[in-house]
Design a protein around this ligand. Structure first.
Ligand SMILES: NC(=O)c1ccc[n+]([C@@H]2O[C@H](COP(=O)([O-])OP(=O)(O)OC[C@H]3O[C@@H](n4cnc5c(N)ncnc54)[C@H](OP(=O)(O)O)[C@@H]3O)[C@@H](O)[C@H]2O)c1
Length: 460
């Protein structure tokens, strides 16, 4: 098998194998895929190792994912023990694909190279191309030796935690495994493709009332927000907590808002437009701050923050809550907001962070942290159990997908650009094998009960 992305060979064998798989799934006979041949090649969205310097000298905002994300035909990887090969019907854009596509903060080929040193099996991932994507909804095609809980034909979604668990560290909480990785970001053969390779302990049942693209969209952000806000590994939110949620209509924030509302907490949603404020209200939030309309400038210049702006922001929160400060601040914008987040958290409150979109060198006034006994908690993705619990909430119709728009696989670059430019709301979906939107619903009655909530973000 070649390691080089293929675009020059005859496309016919791939097309015909893929079409047979698709026909079986479309006919509602997913179990039949177990006896159909697996294509030797498949189409997937890649970045190329020989292009990692293509954006050198440009500011991050000017780096265009449409130039670096390619639709290539690549070799189907060999299936190893404990793994599953999945026919991907739909996937979604996560911010990690934006990072991969602009080669920031580092090129993901460094991750693949490091992973390749772990074992001969892991070496398969170390290639001159990287098939990206950390979400999927699809059908199991094959399982490797030692997989007993899943079989060909199972309709699934996949969470993106990849662990080896050969050492002791991860046996209390798998996120602590010394070989913990994010599938499709720090490993190859990700979900923005016709096929994907996952470990079987990434698989979870696809909620039967959702379409392929709806089922694929909560995955990464839903699990992350669940651990960050709800789990005892994160902020362990309880009823009555005031929760300040940055980017409340974005990927993470749209799930954090739903968790806060479901859990009896009081979300204070921060967004940047009237349209996004409306969508936060549609989810049921009553306290919403439009940061653009308020014009906060937490930084006077590149090096100096403005504590008066923190105070003005804190006063706005108190005005909305009747004088209360946040028990929890749900952080991810990072450098631009972190000083304000530490300032506005209540005495004894928690700032829980999983990202640094605007810059990872944070500055805050430590007097407000220690004198007021606040805590900063770092949180990253979620373990299998937490991901399962988050997916179960989707399955039960207690939390809903926040899909706003869906692109075909060939337009993934544009989809990633939308997210890079913050021109989207909720989640942006991508159709992989699914020929159109709206397919894959197996429980229509349940869908009808939740239809308006499922469609809240559509077209926003
Ligand atoms: N550690 C993990 O496991 C993990 C998991 C998922 C995501 N992440 C990271 O978390 C970050 C957010 O991911 P996402 O999927 O939620 O992205 P997203 O869909 O782009 O949503 C982020 C939201 O944050 C707000 N925002 C962006 N820049 C801001 C700024 N400078 N100040 C205030 N608000 C700002 C925006 O909302 P408004 O413009 O409406 O305010 C935006 O909608 C990314 O950096 C991503 O890589 C980490």
């Amino acid at each position: 098998m070649s390691n080089v992305p293929r675009t020059r060979w005859s496309d016919q064998p791939r097309r015909s194998a893929v079409q047979k798989i698709l026909d079986a799934i479309q006919a509602g006979e997913s179990a039949a895929v177990g006896s159909l041949p697996v294509p030797e090649h498949y189409r997937g969205i890649t970045v190329h190792a020989d292009e990692v310097e293509m954006f050198d000298g440009l500011a991050a905002k000017d780096k265009d994912p449409r130039r670096s994300l390619h639709l290539d035909e690549v070799a189907t990887p060999e299936l190893g023990p404990g793994e599953a090969l999945v026919a991907v019907m739909a996937s979604a854009i996560n911010y990690n694909t934006v990072w991969t596509s602009i080669f920031e903060p580092v090129s993901t080929f460094k991750f693949l190279e490091r992973y390749g040193k772990v074992s001969p099996l892991a070496k398969r991932h170390d290639l001159p191309y990287h098939v990206v994507g950390s979400d999927l909804a699809g059908v199991v095609l094959r399982t490797g030796p030692g997989v007993h809980n899943w079989k060909p034909g199972d309709e699934v979604v996949a969470h993106c935690l990849s662990v080896e668990l050969e050492g002791p560290d991860g046996h209390d909480d798998t996120m602590m495994d010394s070989e913990q990785r994010i599938w499709g970001f720090e490993t190859n053969f990700g979900g923005l493709a016709e096929l994907a390779l996952v470990k079987s302990n990434q698989l979870m049942p696809k909620p039967a009332h959702l379409t392929w693209e709806e089922a694929a969209s909560p995955g990464l952000v839903n699990s992350t927000a669940y651990r960050q806000l709800v789990s005892r590994n994160g902020a362990a939110m309880k009823q009555g907590d005031v929760v300040l949620i940055w980017g409340a209509s974005g990927g993470l924030g749209s799930y954090a808002t739903q968790f806060a509302l479901n859990g009896g907490a009081i979300p204070v949603c921060v967004v940047s437009s009237q349209e996004k404020a409306d969508i936060a209200r549609k989810m049921g939030a009553e306290l919403v701050i439009d940061r653009s309309a308020e014009g906060y400038r937490f930084w006077k210049d590149e090096h100096t923050q403005d504590p008066r702006e923190w105070q003005r922001f804190g006063a706005k929160i108190r005005e909305l809550t009747g004088g209360e400060d946040p028990d929890i601040v749900f952080e991810h914008p990072g450098r631009e907001t972190f000083g304000a987040s530490v300032y506005v958290a209540r005495r004894g409150g928690t700032i829980v962070t999983c990202a640094s979109t605007s810059g990872f060198l944070h500055q805050y006034d430590n007097r407000y942290l220690w004198m007021n006994l606040k805590r900063v908690i770092g949180s990253h993705f979620a373990n299998y159990r937490e991901s399962w619990e988050a997916n179960r909430l989707i399955d039960k119709g207690l939390v809903h997908p926040t899909l706003s728009k869906t692109y075909p696989l060939a337009e993934t670059g544009q989809a990633a650009l939308d997210v890079h430019r913050n021109a989207h709301s909720g989640k942006v979906g991508v159709l992989c094998l699914a020929p159109e939107e709206g397919l894959g619903v197996r429980d229509q009655a349940k869908r009808e009960r939740h239809l308006s909530a499922i469609n809240r973000f559509r077209g926003v």
